[in-house]
Design a binder for this molecule. Structure first.
Ligand SMILES: Nc1ncnc2c1ncn2[C@@H]1O[C@H](COP(=O)(O)OP(=O)(O)OP(=O)(O)O)[C@@H](O)[C@H]1O
Ligand SMILES: [Mg+2]
Length: 227
């Protein structure tokens, strides 16, 4: 298998309120192949988001290594990490993190502009993506004027605008109805099939995890392949 991502022996703990230590990741080892979809399931609080944040360079492990294409991101500075995130990575967060003072269209355009595309090109790309997600009539809505499912689709469009080579998705279908869930999953599968994008998707629903080629489970701070 051609390895895109390798996690080697990652540990992460947080201080707990009683003075104890909360060991969240306890020696996690994981690999993601190019052009594949891997799902991670696990109960609430098992450390799925923590792992995804470490993989995406948004949080640091206490020890262990995260290798993207064989390069250890643990030693990267903030600038290199930010450029990697903006160029290669599409991150769909559990709680959207959209900018409330901007419109849906602007939220999707901004990463393209940061990436050096012209405003008109960015606007066109953002429009096309939002249209594809059925949001053509919501372009000028501020994100706090959108429903949860609409916000989730805006977040998905934003994650895709710079044509990432991989996507990290934290509960991408979290608060969506069945129709929207299927739409998002079909879109992810199409990205893998037609654009060779690798996808790592966290969910607590086994039914959604089945969209992946492989399913892993987070449990007791460790991860193991269950399907
Ligand atoms: N910054 C933090 N400080 C202290 N504890 C934290 C912090 N972030 C996460 N935790 C704890 O770490 C554990 C794992 O959190 P995490 O968000 O990774 O869980 P999860 O598997 O994503 O859960 P969910 O399915 O509910 O999203 C939780 O018990 C949480 O309370
Ligand atoms: Mg989570």
């Amino acid at each position: 298998m051609n390895e895109l991502l390798a996690i080697n022996d990652v540990y992460k703990s947080y201080p707990a309120s009683d003075g104890q230590v909360l060991e969240v990741l306890n020696g996690v080892n994981f690999k993601l192949a190019e052009k594949s979809i891997a799902s991670i399931v696990g109960t609430s609080g098992s450390g799925k988001s923590t792992l995804l944040h470490i993989i995406g360079g948004l949080d640091k492990a206490d020890s262990g290594h995260v290798l993207w294409n064989g390069e250890d991101i643990t030693h990267w500075n903030e600038l290199k990490m930010a450029s990697f995130r903006n160029n290669e990575m599409g991150f769909i967060f559990q709680f959207h993190h959209l900018l409330p003072e901007f419109t849906a269209l602007e939220n999707v355009m901004i990463p393209a502009i940061i990436n050096g595309k012209s405003e008109s090109r960015s606007r066109q790309l953002a429009y096309d993506l939002l249209n594809e997600f059925g949001l053509a009539k919501r372009l000028e809505h501020r994100t706090n004027q959108l429903s949860g499912g609409e916000q989730q689709r805006v977040a998905m469009a934003r994650a895709l605008i710079n044509e990432p080579s991989f996507i990290l998705a934290d509960e991408p279908t979290g608060n969506l109805d069945e129709q929207n869930t299927n739409q998002i999953l079909e879109h992810l599968i199409r990205l893998r099939d037609q654009h060779s994008v690798a996808i790592l998707m966290v969910t607590h629903e086994m039914e959604i995890a089945r969209a992946g080629d492989l399913i892993w489970e987070m449990k007791d701070g460790q991860i193991s392949q269950i399907l």
